[in-house]
Write a protein that binds this ligand. Sequence first.
Ligand SMILES: C[S@@+](CC[C@H](N)C(=O)[O-])C[C@H]1O[C@@H](n2cnc3c(N)ncnc32)[C@H](O)[C@@H]1O
Length: 197
Amino acid sequence: MGLRRSYTLFAPLYDTIVGPVFTEARRKSLARLPAAATRILLSGIGTGLDVPYLPEGPFYVGIDLTAAMLKRARRRAPDFGLAQASAQRLPFADETFDHVVLHLILAVVPDPIAALREAARVVRTGGLILVYDKFLRRGQRAPLRRLFSPVLGRIVTHTDRVFEDILVQVPSLAVIEDRADRVNGYFRRITLKRLPD
Ligand SMILES: C[S@@+](CC[C@H](N)C(=O)[O-])C[C@H]1O[C@@H](n2cnc3c(N)ncnc32)[C@H](O)[C@@H]1O
């Protein structure tokens, strides 16, 4: 079963299962969005659980691979620009957005380097990319998370991604904050800044 199929099945349950778990994490991550912004992208917006924590003012664009997830996002945010697309190949010109949100997406997509590169391409120089996800530390043992990742990765999320291995492939980004969050720091709130070329 592919990701689009599994998230289509998961969509009606997503808010009930995932919603309450990450409320505080979303609030803290999105509090990093600077006040002065005109266009912000949520890449892999899902059902739009971030929407209540977004500051008013900018125009928001959301993309997701799964129509059933986007349908729910549309209900929650009828004024957003929403499109079905892949985070690994964004249908936007370079530097279209002031900031990009990558919540619970880098561990999900098959190619997280492509997804991060695309976020770095479409954000303006000096703009922020807000990452919230689960990552192993380099060399961390975590045998079960490594064992099950190939199977879980095909249906819902990878559990053995190492953020530093992804970031090193996207040199136009610098880490400006990296906070340990849930599950002893397995989940992290990371703020990246797009450097000048
Ligand atoms: C764990 S959910 C996260 C959704 C949302 N960002 C959140 O924080 O609740 C992962 C989302 O990634 C979407 N997805 C999977 N592969 C994708 C891809 N290649 N491009 C864009 N979205 C993708 C799924 O449809 C799902 O909505």
